[in-house]
Ligand binder design. Structure first.
Ligand code: NAP
Length: 352
């Protein structure tokens, strides 16, 4: 029987995020990888020859023999997942959207544009309405939709139930971010072993502006209206392979107790759970009650890496409430997030 699944292309297919796309799409019920794109360094080689496969399981046989295309190639897949570096993504993603593809991007380039949805399907599924405005403004047949930065997404998944239940007045977050978040080869090993690097260029600004866009509103007339709470972020790179940990202090409305906060996390469900989307975690936010969890090496793969894992919910003498949130940076923080967006678009009839 012929494969009825929707063909998809992966841009940046040989990179950290690209490899995750290939891995997560291997047995996807709705999508199949049909085209792989990388730089001129890789183009013309088979995916097996071009890729230094760095994930635990083997490279899927279904893609190993595909020829890698360069970014000038004409693509035939209606859906394009992008894991391109920011410096090159702008032009390539725009061309593909103009030509009629649905481009689902991990890159920061277009996230904050006034007609581009920045989406977490559990948090702001209504922002898909911006796609119509984008196509009209730009005269494009297709469109670009984005998912947030890898640390923002796990923070915002934890903030959304608290915003709904209590209202948010202010957030202070300090991250401990994995090395795989910097791409490959990323941070030199001599900078990372026995060390913490207290600077990740542009990351603190992204956490602030993206969180406010995600937790804000959208109307066809007024466009995006950012949420008004103040957020201050400290971003640090630590010698962990995968999984970003974030220590959050937060001022909420109504001074809820830690038990109230835990109840809000545990009750939280969104559109992907209602719709039963294939990549949706059963619970977007999982609460751990042990005093020493979550930890990246034990907990990042919980719910197949698609949930945010919260722990250490307790009173904060400064802002009222504090907790830790951990999430997988290349699964829910990148490729898995784009795939969940595409699943929502399929159900909402937004795919070309
Ligand atoms: P990476 O490991 O450095 O991979 C970059 C990929 O882009 C490679 O496949 C590379 O191909 C390709 N590429 C480079 N220049 C190109 C060009 N001119 N034309 C076409 N392809 C080109 O980076 P990454 O960590 O996967 O990150 C990719 C994007 O996702 C970045 O924008 C990053 O900010 C974002 N992101 C990353 C994470 C994370 O946790 N890593 C999370 C969220 C978002 P070659 O192998 O042929 O050079």
């Amino acid at each position: 029987m012929s494969d009825q699944r929707i063909p998809v292309a992966v841009l940046g297919a040989t990179g950290n995020v690209g490899q995750r796309f290939v891995q997560l799409l291997e047995d996807h019920p709705w999508f199949r990888v049909a085209e792989l794109v990388a730089s001129e360094r890789s183009a013309g080689k088979t995916y097996r020859e071009a890729t230094d496969w760095r994930l635990g399981a083997r490279m899927p046989e279904s893609v190993a023999g595909l020829k890698v295309l360069d970014y000038h190639a004409e693509l035939h897949s209606p859906v394009v997942f992008s894991g391109l570096p920011g410096e090159v993504a702008g032009e390539i993603e725009q061309r593909l959207a103009r030509e009629g593809h649905a481009v689902l991007s991990n890159t920061s380039t277009h996230r904050m544009e006034p007609d581009v949805p920045l989406l977490i399907p559990e948090v702001n599924p209504g922002h898909v309405a911006a796609i119509e405005a984008q196509k009209a403004n730009r005269g494009w047949k297709g469109y670009i939709a984005t998912n947030p930065n890898c640390s923002t997404i796990h923070l915002v998944l934890a903030l959304k139930p608290l915003q709904d239940a209590f209202g948010i007045e202010g957030v202070l977050v300090s991250t401990l971010q994995a090395v795989s978040g910097a791409g490959y080869p990323g941070v030199p090993s001599l900078d990372m072993i026995d060390n913490v690097v207290p600077y990740i260029g542009g990351e603190e600004e992204k956490m602030q502006s993206e969180s406010q866009k995600l937790l804000g509103g959208y109307t066809a007339v007024g466009g995006f209206a950012p949420a008004s709470f103040v957020l201050s972020a400290h971003c640090n790179r630590v010698p962990v392979r995968d999984g970003h940990t974030e220590c959050v202090s937060i001022r909420l409305g109504g001074a809820p107790s830690p038990d109230d906060v835990i109840a809000a996390f545990e009750a939280f469900r969104g559109r992907p759970q209602e719709l039963g989307l294939p990549s949706a975690p059963p619970q977007p936010v999982i609460v751990r009650r042990e005093p020493n969890r979550p930890q990246p090496s034990f907990d990042r793969d919980d719910a197949k890496g698609m949930a945010s894992i919260v722990g250490r919910v307790r009173e904060c003498p400064l802002l009222g409430t504090k907790f830790v949130v951990l999430g997988h940076n290349t699964i829910r923080g990148a490729a898995g997030a784009s795939i969940l967006n595409a699943e929502l678009f399929k159900v909402e009839d937004l795919l070309p």
